[in-house]
Design a protein around this ligand. Structure first.
Ligand code: BGC
Length: 436
């Protein structure tokens, strides 16, 4: 395909399928607000709106805190220092890869693995243990919290299927595993979602920060809500604010295409996390693989690339981003490509990434206009996650979309990368919980 040739009709069709026209933006934002309202008032809703039992930090919290961060295939143990003036630094960190059989095996094995990593961290960093033997646990899955330090896993996401964890208190499971590993003196003081960690880290440094967003393996967001609007909190006081973990990856008000349906059908959680499956890094490569295979089967591509993509999840979101840029190692694996094919693949990659960024921006706009309908105040949105961090064009598409959807109000929105937000924020949650 060159600039002068008409695209193959099948390619034109694919463009239409992945385009996310903004003329439907108002309807999507309305649907978002309705689901938020329903979730907050305790009705069944695809937006669960889960209270975190935390509010934003003052920025003056100090000390050294231990934090655990489980969000996907990586598990991190961190020691974080807070200087009381908006600065949070990682002073020691160990990263562990969670083996596939641990993610998908018995839950007890998963928590024993985490406890073993904590012991290994102490072995590697013997001098740096904080005085307080407490830690904060970032657990980036939907959890119904009962207090700042307890909560029940509602359902696994992001490919985790470890058994006997859903419906149980994950802090109790972690504490029991720490006991078994001889670390009974360690108390879990706070349980936080990664979005909450990211908002805490953002707000520690920027007073105007009022939203935390993850655009990585999974996607989700949180914001501070007036306690009196959270029906499930009526018994524990109505003054002030509480951060609400929205679990927006489960939003069900977006128009999906046949590729979205294929990804959903083949997943371990069909019908759930529909927005996450359109937006997050875990699924974008797979959407790209299915779309490229479709082009190949329809005879749009000249190069014989089919065999390369037979295996599900063999294209990562990183590969897709490289394809979108028109080349790079992501396209090497296809062998020499005809120029028209290279262009078709780049277009496919861009369509999928741009759609993701547009949906993410619409979701951000929905939450901000819920808090501030006229967007009259300044809003710093703390964002963490590889999709946002490593793709400059992704951020640019989000900013462009916010401009189109929010008009002048978009000038009050600042998307700020808070690198390591989930881990840093976990420590801040520990500080808030310990001093509360
Ligand atoms: C989980 C959320 C998490 C998000 C980002 C989703 O799959 O349900 O709890 O915040 O991923 O890690």
């Amino acid at each position: 395909m060159t600039a002068s040739t008409t695209p193959h009709p099948h390619l034109t069709h694919l463009i239409q399928e992945f385009e996310f026209p903004l003329d439907g933006a108002v309807a999507v934002m309305d649907a978002f607000h309705r689901r938020m309202e329903a979730g907050l008032s305790g009705q069944t809703s695809s937006l669960r709106m889960l209270p975190s039992f935390l509010s934003r930090p003052r920025g003056t919290e100090t000390g050294r805190y231990l934090a655990l961060d489980l969000g996907g295939t990586n598990f991190r143990v961190l020691e974080v220092s807070l200087d009381g003036a908006g600065r949070a630094d990682i002073v020691a960190a160990s990263r562990f890869v969670v083996p596939e059989e641990v993610m998908r095996g018995p839950g007890r094995g998963l928590f024993d693995f985490l406890a073993e990593c904590v012991a290994e961290f102490f072995g590697r960093h013997p001098g740096g243990r904080p005085d307080e033997q407490t830690l904060a646990f970032t657990f980036s899955f939907p959890v119904e919290q009962h207090s700042v330090s307890s909560g029940t896993l509602i359902a696994w996401t992001k490919g985790f299927t470890a058994t006997d964890v859903a419906g149980r208190d994950v802090v109790a499971l972690l504490s029991q595993a720490l006991n078994r590993r001889g670390l009974a003196h360690i108390r879990v003081a706070a349980l936080v979602n990664d979005t909450v960690g990211t908002l805490l880290a953002g707000a520690y440094a920027h007073p105007a920060c009022d939203m935390g967003v993850i655009l990585g393996t999974g996607t989700n967001a949180c914001y501070p809500e007036a306690r009196k609007r959270i029906a499930t909190l009526l018994s524990v006081g109505q003054d002030g604010e509480m951060i609400v973990n929205m679990e927006w990856g489960n939003f069900d008000g977006l128009p999906g295409n046949r590729f979205d349906a294929m990804v959903d059908d083949a997943s371990p959680n069909p019908g759930r996390q529909r927005m996450e499956k359109m937006v997050s890094a875990m699924y974008l490569g797979e959407l790209g693989r299915l779309a490229v295979l479709d082009l190949a089967r329809a005879g749009v591509l000249e190069s014989g690339i089919q065999g390369v993509l037979d295996c599900p999840f063999s294209l990562s979101s990183k590969d897709l981003a490289l394809l979108a840029q028109g080349g790079g190692p992501g396209s090497d694996r296809f062998g020499p490509l005809a120029e028209s094919d290279r262009q078709a693949l780049a277009l496919t990659g861009r369509l999928i990434l741009d759609r993701s960024a547009r949906i993410a921006a619409l979701a951000v706009a929905s939450v901000l206009t819920w808090m501030d309908p006229a967007l009259a105040s300044a809003h710093v949105v703390a964002v963490d996650g590889a999709l946002f961090e490593h793709n400059p064009s992704y951020r640019a598409e989000m900013v462009r979309t916010l401009g189109l959807v929010c008009g002048k109000g978009a000038e009050n929105i600042d998307l700020v990368l808070v690198k390591d937000g989930s881990g840093l924020g976990s420590a801040i949650a520990g500080a808030v919980a310990v001093t509360a």
